[in-house]
Design a protein around this ligand. Sequence first.
Ligand SMILES: Cc1cc2nc3c(=O)[nH]c(=O)nc-3n(C[C@H](O)[C@H](O)[C@H](O)COP(=O)(O)OP(=O)(O)OC[C@H]3O[C@@H](n4cnc5c(N)ncnc54)[C@H](O)[C@@H]3O)c2cc1C
Length: 571
Amino acid sequence: MGRVTERAPERSNPAIIIVSHDNAAFLVDEFGRYSRDYDIRPATSARTASDISTEIEATGGHVAMYVADSSLFPSDAPQDQANVLAAFHTWRQVVPTAKRLVVAPWERFLEDAERLRAGLGKGKYDAYLLMPRGKRDEEFHTAVCELLSDWGSTVAQPEVATVKLVTPGQDALTLAIRDFLDRMGMPHRVYAPDSEVGRDIVSRYDGDPDGDQRWPLVDSPYSEVRAPATVREVAAAIYGRPDTIDLSTVADLCIVGAGPAGLAAAVYGASEGLTTVVVEAEAVGGQAGTSSMIRNYLGFPRGISGMRLAQRARNQAIRFGTRFFTGWEVAGISSEGDHHVVHTDGGDVRSRAVVIASGVAYRKLRAPGVDDLTGIGVFYGSAMTAAREMEGYDVVVVGGGNSAGQAAIHLARFAKSVTIMVRRGSLEETMSRYLVNEIEWNPRVEVASRCEVAAAGGDGRLEWIDVKDCDTDEVVRRNAEGLFLLLGAEPHCDWLPHDVARDDRGFVLTGRDVPKSLWLDGLPPESLATSMSGVFAVGDIRAGSMKRVAAASGEGSSVVPLVHAWLSRPE
Ligand SMILES: Cc1cc2nc3c(=O)[nH]c(=O)nc-3n(C[C@H](O)[C@H](O)[C@H](O)COP(=O)(O)OP(=O)(O)OC[C@H]3O[C@@H](n4cnc5c(N)ncnc54)[C@H](O)[C@@H]3O)c2cc1C
């Protein structure tokens, strides 16, 4: 183990800053396995770590992670010097995007856990780990890799891009395509037309991007260079069309929607021997896929990004033989002989049973200017990619639910300021306590209560919003370069046939909730079965569902035995 020096490195990889008075040399050695891809920068005090961070930021570099000893100083140091949480707070002002890891030596692990646990709950740091006690502590390094991977997927430009976009500016379509690719976990980069890569792609395009075709150009290994008019066109080019399925094939199970409910149905259906097809209108993951960090899903103590959870589930389902068609909206279901036909613009899917897992979509804000600026400063949902574009901007999040809270915390990693705007007096009634705590602690997030957005405007993109005071009706104009609308949700159901009974808000009725007049032989449908024979509903679209990731995936898995029973019913 060599002596610890705080020299500047020669290369400019992202940095991992290790901060410890007593254990720096040991930790630097332990992080040696990352030294090819990251600069390991030791600091023996919190102040030195701040200086290193400032120097890295000033030269355009990145800090990927802070690894701080649970006691930054020897245990007999004054309390304020030993306070690792205060140090994180300071570093966060310099680098809001870096991951924050606390490591404790064996002899202090329990004692320091007691002192630091509340900070973990409030999101002051990302993980608390026992320092490795020997070589190849793979549990420790799995946690480190997960954090680095999460950092990489949200901030860094990928080193190797599978999809390349060429465009002269940041238009709404480019942003929407990038958001789709982010949610699909597809590494991509954007290039200017006059860059070396840009010129090469333009030269391979069979048209004129400045003529009747439009930017961006999209280059992927899956098709020739194209100038898509919609995100769905990109999705279809990469993930295929339903009409590539042989027309005579009748699947056992067709699942409409690939949120957590549809993904769980796919994993369980395919793993239990059903030929399974999933048709998804947008990106795999549904609402959950737009969540920057899901913290309450069983089995992920450090949380997991919605994209990661969804892509893992998709890969799991594919491994069992599921076919996915992404970018195709189901427009209807009809019956044909002994099976159903699921209709899309890209072809039909024939299937004996259908599971509706089409979830819910955000309510629209009906205020002047909002529609015109959607995609160029105004976004529905947390819009993962758009968050990255908010660096240095003033951002407003409208909504008081957990999704708004998560979006605000994620945006605060990039934006200059984030204001959560709600009509109610506070967030307490509508948001989980852990998120309220995180927001209270986060210096970049503030809450504006009893107000609403009355109008939005700007020259070519969002620049301002009018905010109305709900008590006085007074309207004040303020700067806002980002407006994220998380206004509660309504079901996706216009496409459903009349045979599928719904409640007065449009949610699909199942089991005993189906009106008695539609029961067969005086018996209600099975618990997740709808009023249409062989058609089931799971997740947020189902009336009375719990509107959580775990509940949706639970229903997705529970529906499979019912599908099996239906498929093997006596004729
Ligand atoms: C930002 C955000 C953060 C959240 N965080 C959490 C959290 O931390 N913990 C938690 O428990 N819950 C969280 N939730 C709630 C959770 O994500 C939802 O309850 C869950 O995703 C519901 O799953 P679902 O599969 O029923 O529907 P959805 O996730 O809504 O998925 C439905 C899918 O169906 C597709 N679809 C719709 N219509 C069609 C059609 N006609 N044809 C083809 N496809 C169609 C949609 O594109 C979508 O991909 C969050 C929600 C949001 C928006």
